[in-house]
Ligand binder design. Structure first.
Ligand SMILES: NC(=O)c1ccc[n+]([C@@H]2O[C@H](COP(=O)([O-])OP(=O)(O)OC[C@H]3O[C@@H](n4cnc5c(N)ncnc54)[C@H](OP(=O)(O)O)[C@@H]3O)[C@@H](O)[C@H]2O)c1
Length: 183
């Protein structure tokens, strides 16, 4: 069974998005997202990032598809020709995971949003870890992170993750890792 992890930055009010974009600008957090979702043990492999249509088009045009990762977009309305070559279009999460399971060059699968995709992902037995950046401020948001199931517990972050409260331009945030506990 292919497993996956989820990565998200969440504000104090559980907000994750505003008007199709992120509610905040934190360069170092974007770099962290990039680094963690690109990380592989096998240098000959790459990772996949799975996202909803709005998240994909919320990425600035110059930055999408997300580089050095297989971009997988979930949508029931998009046509293949509306996405650049190399970007995979899937009509649901299960199909996406089946396709990825058969790709020998994909090491890790990352779920990168938005709301509904996160909710479905966290409910799945395939979901292993949640990489959550807690933004320690309240921003105006119109998109929110769903409730985290009780089965997830905080664990010690990976050795390459900065510990403690981080700060950029007066915004404070902290990197957390939660893992699904086996019963
Ligand atoms: N803070 C963060 O870490 C973070 C991460 C990601 C996104 N965001 C923000 O969140 C907002 C976008 O998220 P969102 O929740 O509004 O939208 P979204 O999940 O990115 O996109 C929703 C659309 O994706 C498609 N979709 C979603 N789940 C699907 C599924 N299981 N199967 C098939 N298609 C599926 C549907 O497209 P169709 O209508 O075409 O069927 C749906 O209308 C933006 O503001 C973005 O910046 C923040």
């Amino acid at each position: 069974m292919i497993r996956f992890n989820l990565i998200v930055a969440v504000g104090e009010n559980f907000g994750i998005g505003y008007k199709g974009d992120l509610p905040w600008r934190i360069k170092s957090e974007l770099k962290y997202f990039s680094r963690i979702t690109k990380r592989t043990n096998d240098p000959s492999k790459h990772n996949a990032v799975v996202m909803g249509r709005k998240t994909y088009f919320g990425v600035p045009e110059s930055k999408r598809p997300l580089s050095n990762r297989l971009n997988v977009v979930l949508s029931t309305t998009l046509q293949e020709n509306e996405l650049p070559e190399g970007v995979l279009l899937c009509s649901n999460l299960e199909t996406a995971l089946k396709v990825l399971e058969n790709k020998n060059d994909v090491e890790n699968v990352w779920i990168v949003g938005g709301s509904g995709v996160y909710k479905e992902a966290m409910a799945s037995p395939r979901c292993h870890r949640l990489y959550i950046t807690k933004i320690l401020h309240k921003f105006e948001c119109d998109t929110f992170f769903p409730a985290i199931p009780d089965s997830f517990r905080e664990v010690a972050p990976d050795s390459d993750i900065p510990l403690g409260v981080q700060e950029e331009n007066g915004i404070h945030f902290e990197y957390k890792v939660l893992e699904k506990q086996s019963k």
